[in-house]
Design a binder for this molecule. Structure first.
Ligand SMILES: [Zn+2]
Length: 366
């Protein structure tokens, strides 16, 4: 960084703005010549200059010192004369003062962008309040709660099994199956054959030899089995099993508290607060609601043909011998200890595709 030339005694001034003023202040321009009062001579090195705008134009602009630059600042003296100061030669003339000004402007521009995003995001979420309340009271959400109630009537040990763990392994439902084991059978035949040979060599009694022959014959015609554990299907609709409170209530609560939070952000003076943290909490509020909305789509999974098929396979497992699971029209039944419970697809069960997060992402591109 070049040192300020000794003759420059004027200061570069960036006036700190309140959030309110910052919102209204256009910091960046791509048309610096559009500002009024631009003069074509250098500023007096002794005069203070106030920041007006930062520019980045498509064409190179001639700066107050007569060079061409695409990037620089518009600065103003106390007599309202304005100067285009190109990025490189300003650093040359003003040295450290210039880098300080650049940093101040960068910080302000960032905060302004964040404030405008936050304003849009808050408005966007608030504008969907009615829609979200309608969804909470919709037949689709009522259907999820109906289904959740049905699910919670399945026998306790089964319910716990389906609630499972939240780790990676727990994402799969697995069971133990009895399968043919030809290798095990061959080894048994071989071992019994060896035993017979040895008995003959050792001159064992006919009764002993006859008994071994019988076992060998049995080994040849009797299939051997082994037990294997197999992952059968991904845990479907886990919220139906895990959640003990109605989706309608949870959704209404989340909408209520999130929108109250939005109203707070709107009316609170957030100056001095880290805006990234406020923005993060807005994004998280949207995600929280989206996760709840996705429970409608998740509940539908339970009745996909491949999921019902997977459940039937699962119930063939050794662990589930006590339960008799059957596919019925629009669902399945489980018989256990003389009682049969049925889980059927509620008529109004439907996907809910409205989500807030994608809207927030779109709004940030404006
Ligand atoms: Zn220049």
């Amino acid at each position: 960084m070049a040192k300020p030339k000794p003759e420059v005694t004027g200061r570069l001034i960036f006036e700190n703005m309140s959030d309110h003023d910052l919102r209204a202040q256009q910091i960046d321009t791509n048309d610096p010549k559009s500002f009024s009062g631009i003069v074509d001579h250098p500023p007096d090195p002794t005069e203070d200059l106030r920041f007006v705008a930062r520019y980045e134009s498509n064409n190179s602009e001639t700066c107050a010192y007569g060079h061409l630059h695409r990037r620089g600042f518009v600065l103003e003296n106390s007599a309202s004369a304005r100067f285009l100061i190109g990025k490189d030669c300003a650093a040359d003339h003003y040295g450290l003062q210039w880098s300080r000004l650049e940093n101040d402007v960068k910080t302000a521009a960032k905060r302004r962008g964040d404030l405008l995003w936050l304003d849009r995001a808050v408005e966007l979420l608030l504008s969907h309040e009615q829609q979200l309340k309608e969804i909470a009271n919709s037949p689709a959400v009522a259907a999820v709660d109906d289904l959740r109630r049905q699910i919670h009537t399945i026998p306790g040990p089964l319910l716990q099994y389906f609630q499972g763990g939240s780790d990676e392994r727990g994402k799969m439902l697995s069971a133990t199956y009895r399968v043919e084991d030809p290798l095990k059978q061959r080894k048994l035949i071989e071992a019994t054959g060896d035993e017979l040979d040895k008995a003959v060599q050792d001159g064992a009694s006919p009764a002993v030899i006859s008994e071994i022959r019988k076992r060998l014959q049995a080994a040849r015609v009797t299939k051997q089995y082994t037990f294997v554990s197999r992952g059968v299907l991904r845990r479907p609709a886990s919220n139906l099993f895990v959640q003990s409170r109605p989706l309608r209530d949870r959704l209404a609560e989340a909408v209520g508290s999130s929108l109250a939070q939005m109203n707070n952000v709107k009316v609170l003076d957030i100056s001095g607060r880290r805006i990234d943290l406020v923005s993060k909490s807005v994004k998280e509020a949207a995600e929280r609601i989206d996760r709840l909305l996705s429970e409608c789509n998740e509940a539908e999974e339970l009745f996909l043909p491949n999921v019902l098929e997977g459940l039937a396979t699962l119930f063939d497992g050794e662990e589930f011998k006590a339960y008799n699971m059957r596919r019925i029209a629009e669902g399945f039944s489980i018989a256990y200890q003389g009682e049969t419970i049925m889980v059927t697809r509620p008529q109004t069960l439907a996907a809910e595709d409205f989500r807030l997060s994608p809207l927030l992402k779109e709004s940030s591109g404006l």
